[in-house]
Design a protein around this ligand. Structure first.
Ligand SMILES: [Zn+2]
Length: 298
């Protein structure tokens, strides 16, 4: 019987065996090589480009198992991972308004709608109350994918509500910061959130309750200039970029080339801006130990 090979050549029984294809070797054609190897959704590590399945990544708290790079973590995933048990979510009743009728490349309400569809969140800050072991806490996390984690009125509202809830229930407040700064679409109103959140933190301090900030990659602008730098303890994740103005803006102002690791967590630790750099796998435990010490819980 004749057999067709990839080259299109027809083999007859008289074809010498040296010309016949080796049956155990499969030569893939171009189309087959493009096909993905994984059937499960994968995430590519931005550092080492390893393809890791989403499940493996989530079990590893979104730390690359190959190179230890700390990948971005969604706010909701972050809080669900942080707490042993979530009691409630807060701040869902606040909705953004468009007082300036702001339009850049598209109107602000349309931009909001796109961000909500992209992230599945209603705003850039998620607040939950829950427990780690025996300590109840209030924690909030910024969703960076929601308009760059920018701080508008709703983020301010939610943060203040979180601080007030912490004071009312005599619990510590933990903040996972990741933001590009104030939300320019809300103009002056978003800048006012810097003062509002700072005042709320002062009330927490007056009530002698701990406020712990975890700086994740990246934290910039108005958020750095307010709630992210007012913690009792500042913890940063490895290699997180933290600053007020961006590196390029500073380079243009001082007319000097700023080399790595400028604005990295490691650089800031050397200069006394952050207290500790903690690997994500040790983060929960570290926060728990600090809070237990400050709240005098054994
Ligand atoms: Zn990696």
């Amino acid at each position: 019987m004749n057999q067709e090979v990839k080259s299109g050549k027809i083999l007859s029984p008289s074809t010498p065996w040296t010309d016949r294809p080796i049956p155990s070797i499969h030569v893939p054609d171009a189309k087959e090589t493009i096909k993905a190897t994984f059937t499960e959704p994968t995430i590519e590590c931005p550092e080492c480009h390893a393809l890791v399945t989403r499940t493996a990544m989530s079990f590893n708290a979104y730390v690359c198992p190959q190179c230890d790079e700390h990948l971005k973590m969604k706010a909701r995933d972050r809080l669900n991972w942080f707490f042993d048990q979530v009691k409630t979510e807060m701040g869902q009743e606040f909705h953004a308004k468009d007082p300036l009728h702001f339009v850049d490349s598209k109107p602000y309400p349309e931009r909001m709608k796109d961000a909500q569809e992209k992230t599945g969140e209603t705003e850039a800050l998620v607040v939950m109350q829950g427990t780690i072991k025996n300590i109840p806490m209030v924690a909030c996390a910024f969703e960076f994918d929601f308009m760059g984690g920018s701080m508008g009125t709703v983020v301010g509202d939610r943060f203040v509500q979180a601080a007030e809830k912490a004071i009312k229930d005599k619990q510590p407040l933990i903040c996972f910061a990741a933001s590009g700064g104030a939300r320019m679409q809300e103009g002056m109103l978003s800048l006012m959130q810097m003062a509002r959140t700072s005042a709320a933190i002062q009330k927490l301090k007056d009530a002698r309750l701990p406020y712990i900030v975890v700086l994740t990659h990246p934290v910039y602008g108005g958020v750095t200039a307010s709630l992210a730098m007012l913690g009792d303890v500042h913890i940063a994740e490895p290699k997180a970029m933290i600053g007020f103005a961006g590196k390029r803006v500073i380079e243009q102002t001082v007319r000097e080339k700023l080399e790595e690791p400028f604005q990295r967590a490691e650089f800031l630790l050397d200069h006394g801006v952050v207290d500790q750099i903690v690997h994500r796998h040790a983060l929960r435990d570290t926060v728990y130990r600090i809070v237990a010490k400050l709240m005098n819980v054994s």
